[in-house]
Ligand binder design. Structure first.
Ligand code: DLL
Length: 436
């Protein structure tokens, strides 16, 4: 396969498929999609039933837009097959299992063949390279190791890249700091909210976070804003890029932001087909329009996934750093939407206002309760260390007013000295409303 030769610092001269022409990418996607639809239909009972119920057969797939003929897959469909009902290969071909916790009900369980692990490692290595990590670098991996895909997913990618993995896993911040001091990592990977914790802890111990050996941060697994990127980049004096993925589709490394353009995340289209659909009607919308991201796998063996509803809201954009399309930074999930007196709002909108105020930190929770019959929101926010009571009071009033002016909703604001200093993903919404 011929590919355009583009010179870029992603890794010297670029000849990979990610720099091929759109025609080549589409041809590859079409062939791989056809195989995946067949594989799913003939090896997973759920898909056979779902395709049959919709009156569609893998042979009906002629071009990429034909994906819209096929049924969606929801998290609930996967739960119903707990634990291994969605696996498309015999148990003795499965070399790894992961599971996503999910806030309610059973976890979703995913499996990988040896080849799936190879592909995943390749894509995470590609993602790391895109985010500025190079062979020979030392990379501190602060995602949790275990059933969660973050730790092991990044770990294998770091090794595949030819870099050195430092598997600190999540938490134990004191030890993270010691490793950082003594092992001198070039890059760190983790959730942006945990990176902020690390930043604070370094400062609290009287160290200048700008003096660490770190050069790059690859962060993701939860929504974060440009304001938070600024805090992290300036705080650590690093370049921070966004990594996206989900366990049902593979894990981290489905999409990654380029360190050169920092303008959204390139979807690795040789292995995934992305669509944006209207979250209500399920109809695909054209590139450039916002909606819900739906992903199909194109090469997965153990766990092919067809039209998975991610519930992540974004839009598809043309490639910039390479020929593959991008998704805009994901700031919201459609199941994270809060409706207050008819106004739809997302936690990220509050975060954008919070980061503008130097008295406040982007560590916050939206606590929902009932006042009479009405839904009520209290925004619990952390203040920067060492500020006076008067400053805190003033910040509380400023935040209330800014939210009213800019989002159009009245909320209570509660400023505390600590919020949500969790290790994994930040939990942005706490729903204390009585069950209906
Ligand atoms: O969070 C996989 C991952 C690990 C991605 C490490 C990146 C780094 P799940 O636990 O299945 O998998 O959660 C997937 O997390 O549908 C999004 O809602 C959210 N998410 C993941 N990455 C981002 C990101 C891992 N960069 C769910 N920005 C997804 C915003 C993200 N949200």
């Amino acid at each position: 396969m011929t590919a355009a030769l583009v010179t870029s610092s992603h890794n010297g001269p670029q000849t990979g498929i990610e720099y091929a022409s759109r025609d080549e990418i589409v041809t590859l996607q079409t062939a791989r999609a056809r195989n995946t639809l067949r594989h799913a239909y003939y090896n997973v009972e759920h898909y056979r039933r779902a395709f049959d119920a919709k009156g569609v057969h893998p042979d009906d797939f002629k071009e990429l837009k034909d994906f819209s003929l096929f049924p969606f897959t929801e998290k609930d469909d996967l739960r119903k097959q707990y634990p291994f009902g969605m696996f498309a290969v015999p148990q003795d071909k499965i070399v790894r299992i992961h599971a996503s916790s999910g806030t309610t009900g059973l976890p979703t369980v995913v499996g990988y063949t040896r080849q799936d692990i190879e592909t995943w490692s390749d894509l995470v290595a590609r993602s790391l390279r895109f985010g500025g990590v190079r062979a020979g670098d030392k990379v501190q991996v602060t995602f949790g190791y275990g059933l969660f895909t973050g730790g092991l997913g990044l770990h294998y990618g770091v090794e595949k890249l030819g870099a050195t993995a430092i598997p600190t896993s999540g938490g134990q911040t004191e030890r993270q700091l010691q490793v950082m001091r003594d092992f001198q990592p070039d890059a760190i990977v983790g959730t942006p909210s945990y990176m902020l914790n690390v930043l604070d802890r370094l400062r609290a111990e009287g160290q200048d976070p700008r003096e660490t050996s770190l050069r790059a941060g690859i962060m993701g697994s939860e929504p974060w804003t440009e304001g938070m990127r600024r805090d992290l980049e300036e705080g650590f004096d690093i370049s921070a890029t966004d990594i996206y993925g989900l366990s049902e589709v593979m894990g981290p490394g489905v999409a990654q932001e380029s360190i050169e353009t920092k303008d959204g995340l390139t979807i690795w289209e040789d292995h995934f087909y992305a669509e944006i659909v209207d979250p209500v009607t399920g109809e695909p919308v054209p590139d450039g329009e916002y909606g819900e991201l739906v992903i199909s796998s194109l090469t997965k063996e153990a766990f092919p996934i067809i039209r998975y509803r991610t519930h992540d809201l974004t839009r598809l954009l043309p490639g910039t750093a390479c020929s593959m399309r991008r998704i805009e930074r994901i700031n919201a999930r459609n199941d994270d939407m809060i409706i207050l007196r008819g106004v739809n709002c997302f936690p990220s909108q509050f975060e954008e206002i919070i980061v503008e105020d130097s008295t406040l930190r982007p560590r916050y929770q939206c606590v929902l309760s009932k006042k009479g019959r009405m839904d009520h929101l209290t925004l619990v926010v952390e203040h920067t260390p060492g500020v006076s009571r008067d400053d805190i009071d003033a910040a509380r009033l400023r935040l209330r007013r800014a939210i009213k002016d800019r989002i159009g909703v009245s909320v209570d604001v509660d400023v505390r000295d600590q919020v949500n200093s969790g290790e994994g993903k930040a939990k942005r919404i706490v729903d204390n409303r009585p069950a209906q």
